[in-house]
Design a protein around this ligand. Sequence first.
Ligand code: MRU
Length: 358
Amino acid sequence: MKVKFNSEVRDYRTVWMEGSVVYMIDQPKLPHRFETYGSKDYRETVAAIKNMVVRGAPAIGATAAFGVAQAALEFKGKDFRDFLRHMEKAEKTIKNTRPTAYDLFYAVKKMMDEMRIAGSVDEAQSILRKASQKYADESAGRCRLIGLNGEPLIKDSARVLTHCNAGALGCVDHGTALAPIRAAEYDGKNPFVFIDETRPRCQGSRLTAWELVQEDIKHCIIVDNAAGYLMRKGEIDLVIVGADRINSNGDVVNKIGTYEKAVLARENSIPFYVAAPESTFDFHCKTVDDVEIEERDEDEVLYMWGLDPSNELGRVRIAPKESGARNPAFDITPTEYVSKIITEEGVYKPEEISKRFG
Ligand code: MRU
């Protein structure tokens, strides 16, 4: 993704590995400061996923893949059985970070499967280093294709609503929902993006807006409950969101508030598109009741956060001290509200997905 530094534009991925350090764009610092964070071991990588230094389903997947490689590289002995025990423990710890995005489980399984052919510690380390890099490269490639496949859905000067951050920051690069918008901009179609602020973590107003500023894509931020008003006034032509998990029926689990937007889109005859790569499709999951919806700390709702949500000083309480909160981080949009799913292979009706990828 492009990142502007005064007169210079540099190209960044959201997450990458150098030696045994996993680097990531430090997302809680955005939009105020652009900094990278380097995690030196897999436990620091686990903490970065939990604390949302890195977030978004494909980015979590790639970070987890690097985390598995890091765990392997950290092992100092030569005993292969001890190594396998160490890796099983790391696998559990990495999978125990955030429960909803399927990409996490997909990536960790892929890494553990790659390792099965190894007969020694050295061999396993070398396999995982290469496999994790390949995973990240392929993940970025899938998002690039989502952009190309979704771009024809965006007409000249289309006004697009998006929710949360399903951009390059939520992926290794390019984004899911933002990839077709980027492609439309590069094609000279001049899209305009309405960005839901996405309380409580404000991934829309902090991250999506920041990404669109880097690309000079026209946009404005709206509060989460403004979309219905704008849709009814005819100001929104289409909705594109990402996904954290899509089951075999085409039901979509995504950031809390997605379901409401889908219902409103249907009510106002506006197409509702979901952009996601294969790593987000969970065909073991027949009913979304099987999916664990992450419930995060109530403080994310009870406080407004400043520069860094992990910094106590940066927050201001906005609710009575006697009040508590519920903070489900995701919701479920039933398949009947989804017009099409944009994938790296093409654009499909939700019911076609399991036939194409299953
Ligand atoms: O809690 P987050 O910020 O990890 O949630 C991210 C989303 O819900 C995105 O919409 C999803 O992962 C789509 S792809 C980046």
